[in-house]
Design a binder for this molecule. Structure first.
Ligand SMILES: O=C(O)C[C@@](O)(CF)CCOP(=O)(O)OP(=O)(O)O
Length: 324
């Protein structure tokens, strides 16, 4: 019996990963840049045991059915190959996210699983190779191996595509991200399906891709300069361009709900009163507001006039992977 247990934190991209060059290896079309947060995380335990006759997957104390288990098994097959074992495993994952969230936790989930497997089978993977392994589970998971500001080097093959922490003089500790959790009935298109459809059919995709490296350079420069306005402006613009690509896909789609638009408008309204804050969004209707800690009270007070306080969660910069 081989056991491992790890905690990994979610990360929010400021320069988005949106589109794969290789679906099997999960190689992205562009570099991305994220901020690992402290408020949402996943704890995953994995037990490999010769006595198991198949992989078993518990998520938040619920035994998962075939489809969800299949995705985990595909990942475990990679690990079994690395370790030279044929043992099945029992995976027990707990997501620590606000119930209202509906936050995609694939990034923290797969990062925690990768780290737990590394420990259980004593693979002794470096952080770089752990990031590469997590990437095979879900692209954005490769960034959750590290804390703070993280860049995912797109690379051009399995060996060269991995994330690394950006030097920032701990500036991230002066920032925060306010989540506006908007409950949306429609079933979103998954990030995996959304980016595939966009790459394959959106006439706006080439424009997005042409701008991504320039946006990344601006974001990295802003971090080096600790220039919050510059970072916020490029992050919000990059998010809008990414979401713009979905409108020209076939069939067109959007992740934005009316509450998403309300939250985005609130951020613009705050900026017009001189409060520096910027929004970003991912494959869902939730809106994340990037703000300096000193402005949290202003932003929260205004958002509380528009949304239920239970919909607002404040997150700060978080750490990399933790072995439990
Ligand atoms: O996080 C970002 O950079 C931007 C997104 O969140 C925007 F929605 C995409 C994350 O995609 P992910 O779930 O990692 O896809 P996978 O590789 O198909 O599993």
């Amino acid at each position: 019996m081989h056991k491992g247990n790890a905690r990994a934190f979610t990360n929010i991209a400021l320069i988005k990963y949106w589109g794969k060059k290789d679906e099997t290896l999960i190689l992205p079309m562009n570099n991305s840049l994220s901020l690992t947060l402290d408020a949402f995380y996943t704890e995953t335990e994995v037990i490999f045991d010769e006595s198991y006759t198949k992989d078993i997957f518990y998520l938040d104390n619920q035994l998962q059915e075939e489809k969800a288990t299949m995705k985990i098994s595909q990942f475990l097959n990679l690990v079994r190959e690395l370790a030279g074992t044929s043992c099945y495993a029992k995976v027990t994952s707990k997501n620590f996210v606000p119930t209202a969230a509906g936050l995609a936790s694939s990034a923290s989930g797969l990062a925690a699983l990768a780290a737990a497997c590394n420990q259980a089978l004593d693979l002794q993977l470096s952080d770089k190779d752990l990031s590469r392994l997590a990437r095979r589970g879900s692209g954005s998971a490769c960034r959750s191996i590290f804390g703070g500001f993280v860049e995912w080097e797109q690379g051009n093959d399995d060996l060269t595509s991995f994330a690394h922490k950006l030097s920032s003089d701990n500036w991230e500790n002066e920032l925060a991200m306010l989540f506006v959790l908007v409950n949306d009935q429609e079933k979103d298109v998954s990030s995996r399906d959304g980016m595939r459809r966009t790459v394959e059919t959106s006439s706006f995709y080439s424009g997005w891709l042409a701008d991504a490296p320039k946006d990344l350079a601006k974001a990295k420069h802003a971090i080096q300069e600790k220039n919050f306005t510059a970072l916020g402006e490029v992050a919000e613009a990059n998010c809008l361009k990414m979401h713009g690509t979905t409108l020209a896909a076939t069939p067109p789609f959007t992740y934005w709900s009316s509450d998403s638009l309300k939250a985005m408008q609130a951020v613009r309204q705050l900026r017009s009163t001189g409060i520096d804050c910027y929004f970003t969004m991912d494959a869902g209707p939730n809106v994340k507001v990037l703000v300096e800690k000193k402005n949290i009270p202003h932003v929260k007070a205004y958002l509380e006039t528009l949304f239920d306080s239970a919909q607002l969660v404040t997150a700060y910069a978080g750490p990399g992977i933790e072995i439990l």
